[in-house]
Structure formats: structure tokens, C-alpha cells
Design a protein around this ligand. Structure first.
Ligand code: DHE
Length: 494
């Protein structure tokens, strides 16, 4: 019996078989290519390569094609595509591109556009707010960025970003310019004096994050696709150099993350597919030749000690961490970090006169607190579920951390930085995910995201925990205070 349908299928003439199977490539060309680009590399719409879709479930992709995306240019195709065509199209998008994805230096140069000549920009801020207490607030739900006055908590400007900004935007040393990286490879330079975009360039097809040199001259972009580093001129994003991420034995790697290490005048880079960290000096006239440091494992993410001598790195595959001495150029210790921390979100503070480092874990509801002299675990603080982000301020007695996953993801814990006990738990909007906090420069207020399409940015008095203001937003994600960022202030992410 089970053979009959198969035999019937084989008996069908060839043309009826092909008529029954929608030609997904043709559907893509007809309906999608004008926005999502030839070879699915992206255009006005995001890239639709398997690497770009890693974070989107096929069912969600199908829904988006059928129903469109509200408040975006993504139209609904449900009236033009039947179920079989929708299925075929979704399957096609998750297949590797027939043309292997490439993004050359020439492609980067061709994508570069200067929207405002840097020498035409005003000398002074064109708004009345304190330029060092501005906040950049990313609204992930509709790919918008808000510039917020950090004294009055009013939105000064709002503009569309490229698709899926990820990682913290980074600032020029005096805090005037801000640099954004989108997962889609687009880098944007924005002027906080004139509240306008200065330049854009597509540095890759799938980008991790970017760093800005402490002298304000260079931007370094780390890419997954292609696996490389791209150096840009920080004045206007002109491409300067492309550095393939090749291990010492020539094997190709993706770049996990890049950061600037101000006291070292260097960029530090983690590689995802070979056991190496790199340091690239930008002192003097740099040639951006990497200094290779052998790691004990692949690196997913890292953070620094406050003096930038040591790097604390995680390997999610190994479910552990390691400490790399940047002066000695070698790994010196293993650290117990079992729960896949989003290490870039870890923070430091002084406890009983000594620095401690604390990080949430993505796969376990606990905060790991480490002694950074001995690298021993001081405490694992149980929380109401796994968290993503952690924040504090030097004048705050609390480290704020979210419960990002699970049924309690509407909660935020405030951990007493001395006792390492949870002192308060807030539920800003019950039932809605609360996440990611950033303080005003003076530490008096904490701004929190309710990460929901009908969410909000909530301003708290950081001491009394009284709510001061609530601004409705669509999935506000990260927020970044200019003053805290340019000072690499204690308690915030770098
Ligand atoms: Fe992030 C920062 C890695 C998933 C939101 N995230 C970072 C950084 C790294 C990183 C290396 C530091 C870069 C920087 O700031 O310059 N993130 C990763 C991952 O490896 C992971 C787990 C999987 C991935 O697909 O990349 C991951 N991150 C997420 C998300 O799912 C989040 C919640 C939603 C999103 O936007 O994709 C997310 N990551 C963020 C945010 C920051 C960030 C908001 C900046 C935090 C800050 O305060 O500086």
C-alpha cells in the first residue's frame, strides 16, 4: 500500500510534476529580488542568506512573507502566493545561495556614501541638551534610533536604522559622533551636534560589531560573512583596509567581537573558528598587522579587566571561560562560567575594596561573580531565570540585571553590590519582557527597556526606585549614555 502513491508519482508525466513544485528561485526573482537584492545579498531590505536568517525561525519567516511587517516596507504576499509557493520560498531562503556570498573591498567601496560633508557640520550642538548626557536608544521592533535628552527624557530626534542593529553603538572620544553596526553589515556614522547622518558603508554581509579607536581616527568592523576585519576612516567611513580573518595555519575564521583597549592604543579581536585572539595597534601610523595570541579555545565574546591587561573570554561550545594576559600574550587561567554568558554585558565594581566581575548567563538563571585577582568564583547568585544584560553606576549600590528568558522575563533584579543578595525585584509591566538598563551620567536615574512591541522606555529614580517617566516604544533594546560610554565608566558595557 505504501508504495502506491510513490508509484503513482513516478507514473506522472514530467511536466505535471514540475507544475506541482513551485520554482522558488523564480518566485524570489519575481517578488523579492528588487528589495532583497540579487543573490539574496540584501538591498533596501535585509539580506536573506541562511547566515542572516539564523535568528529567525522558518515559521516566522513564512508569516512575514505572508502577512508583511507592520511599519516597514515589507509588504504582505499572502494574496499572491499560495501555501505551496510560500513553503517553497521559505525553504529556498534557508538554502545556501547558488552564488557563494562574497563582499569584496570593491563592493565595500561601491556602497560608501557621504550624506553630509564632515566639514559642513556645525561647530556646536544644534539642540539645547547636555551633549554628554544624551542617550542613544535603539528601538528594535521597528528599526529606529532615538536620541534622548538625558535630563528631561524627551526625544530630540528619531531616525530609521539599517536592519537589526546589534551590539552597542560606539562613540568618538569627545562624544560627538556615534557609529552603529547592523547585523546586515551596514555601518552608519551619525552626528549628535546636527542630529543628522553623515555617512554609511556596507562593510560586510553579516557583521558582529564595531569598535572605535581611542584617538578617534579608526573604526574596526568585525564580520562573520565574509570572515574578516574592515578598517574604516572614522571621519567619513572611507574604507582603509580589509584584513581576512585567517588563523596562523591559514584556516578561515569568523570574527566574534572587536573592542578598543584605550590604555593599550589597540583593538582586540576574538576569532570564532580558530584558537586565537588578535591585538592590532593603532598607535602612530598603524599597519593593522595582527599580533596573534594563542587561546585555549574558540572565543565567542570577551570583556576586559579595568586596567585592560587581561581579557576574560568565553567559549560557548566548551561552556567555560578563560583569562588571557595581553602583556604576556597567552592564556593564564580557566574560569568557571557554565551558563554561556553574554560576556560583553558583564560589569565590574569594587566590593570590600577589591574589583569583582559579574556576568549573567544565557542558559542558566544565575549571576556569576568572580574575584579578578584569583579568578575564583565568589558566588553564583540564583535569579528568577536566565538573563542577558547587567548594569550599574559607580554611585549606585545595586547592579541591575534582567531575567530575559522564561516565564519570569518581566522581572528585573537589583543585586546589592556588597552582600551579593537580591535586594529588590521590579516588574515594570507584568507579562512583558523587561531588559537592559543604562544610567544617566550622574547615576541618579536608570533607564529600562520593556522589550515588547507595545513596550516602553521607563525612567526610574535609581535610589528610591520611583518611576519618573514612561515613553511608549516598540521593543526598545539597548540604550547608551554618551558620557558613560566615552569615560568607559564603571558599571556600563564597553
Ligand atoms: Fe548580543 C552586545 C554577542 C544575541 C542584544 N552581543 C553584544 C556583544 C556581543 C554580542 C559580542 C558586544 C558587542 C558590542 O557591544 O560592541 N549577542 C551576541 C551573541 O553571540 C548572541 C548570543 C547570538 C547572536 O546571534 O549574535 C547575541 N544580543 C543577542 C540577542 O538576541 C539580543 C538580545 C537582541 C539582538 O539585538 O540581537 C542581543 N547584544 C545585544 C545588545 C548589545 C549586545 C542590546 C549591546 C549591549 C550593551 O549594553 O552594550
Amino acid at each position: 500500500m505504501r508504495l502506491i502513491p510513490l508509484l503513482l508519482g513516478l507514473a506522472l508525466p514530467l511536466q505535471s510534476l514540475s507544475a506541482a513544485t513551485p520554482d522558488a528561485a523564480a518566485l524570489y526573482r519575481q517578488h523579492c529580488q528588487s528589495c532583497h537584492g540579487e543573490n539574496r545579498f540584501g538591498g533596501a531590505g535585509p539580506a536573506l542568506l541562511p547566515e542572516s536568517l539564523e535568528r529567525l525561525k522558518p515559521a516566522e519567516a513564512r508569516r512575514t512573507i505572508r502577512d508583511g511587517r507592520p511599519a516597514s516596507q515589507m509588504a504582505a504576499f499572502g494574496d499572491r502566493l499560495d501555501d505551496a509557493q510560500l513553503d517553497a520560498l521559505v525553504a529556498y531562503l534557508y538554502q545556501p545561495s547558488a552564488t557563494p556570498p562574497t563582499w569584496s573591498e570593491a563592493d565595500i567601496r561601491a556602497s560608501h556614501r557621504i550624506l553630509r560633508a564632515p566639514d559642513s557640520l556645525p561647530a556646536k550642538p544644534q539642540h539645547g541638551a547636555d551633549p554628554l548626557n544624551l542617550f542613544v536608544v535603539v528601538e528594535a521592533g521597528n528599526h529606529q534610533v532615538n536620541i534622548l535628552d538625558g535630563d528631561r527624557f524627551d526625544v530630540l530626534a528619531r531616525f530609521p536604522s539599517h536592519f537589526a542593529l546589534h551590539g552597542g553603538p560606539k562613540f568618538s572620544p569627545e562624544g560627538r559622533f556615534v557609529y552603529f553596526a547592523a547585523r546586515d553589515g551596514w555601518i552608519t556614522l551619525y552626528d549628535l551636534h546636527s542630529l543628522s547622518t553623515v555617512a554609511e558603508v556596507r562593510a560586510g554581509l553579516n557583521t558582529r560589531n564595531l569598535a572605535v579607536s581611542n584617538d578617534g581616527r579608526w573604526v574596526l568592523v568585525g564580520n562573520y560573512l565574509p570572515g574578516n576585519l574592515v578598517v574604516l576612516d572614522a571621519r567619513d567611513l572611507t574604507p582603509v583596509k580589509v584584513i581576512p580573518a585567517l588563523g596562523a595555519d591559514g584556516s578561515a575564521s569568523r570574527v566574534s567581537a572587536v573592542y578598543t583597549a584605550p590604555p593599550r592604543d589597540s583593538f582586540v579581536v576574538a576569532l570564532k573558528d580558530v584558537n586565537e585572539a588578535w591585538e592590532l595597534s593603532y598607535a602612530g601610523t598603524p599597519d593593522f598587522q595582527p599580533r596573534r595570541i594563542a587561546a585555549r579555545d574558540r572565543l565567542d565574546d570577551f570583556s576586559f579587566t579595568p586596567d585592560y591587561r587581561y581579557l576574560l573570554a568565553t567559549s560557548r561550545a566548551a561552556k567555560g571561560g578563560q583569562v588571557i594576559d595581553l602583556d604576556a600574550g597567552r592564556a593564564v587561567a580557566d574560569i568557571p562560567l557554565p551558563g554561556m554568558p553574554h560576556l560583553g554585558s558583564g560589569i565590574y565594581w569594587k566590593r570590600q575594596g577589591e574589583w569583582v566581575f559579574a556576568t549573567p548567563n544565557i542558559s542558566q538563571g544565575l549571576i556569576s561573580v568572580l574575584d579578578i585577582k584569583t579568578w575564583k568564583l565568589i558566588k553564583e547568585i540564583p535569579t528568577d531565570g536566565p538573563g542577558f544584560f547587567m548594569r550599574s553606576h559607580k554611585d549606585s549600590p545595586y547592579a541591575w540585571t534582567d531575567v530575559f528568558f522564561g516565564p519570569n522575563n518581566d522581572r528585573v533584579h537589583l543585586i546589592d553590590k556588597q552582600t551579593l543578595e537580591i535586594a529588590h525585584t521590579l516588574r515594570p509591566m507584568p507579562g512583558k519582557n523587561a531588559a537592559h538598563v543604562e544610567f544617566t551620567q550622574d547615576g541618579r536615574y536608570a533607564l529600562l527597556s520593556v522589550w515588547d512591541s507595545e513596550g516602553a522606555l521607563i525612567v526610574y529614580n535609581a535610589r528610591t526606585l520611583e518611576e519618573i517617566k514612561r515613553l511608549p516604544m516598540n521593543k526598545p533594546s539597548g540604550k547608551y549614555n554618551v558620557g558613560n560610554k566615552i569615560e568607559f565608566a564603571e558599571g556600563t558595557s564597553h
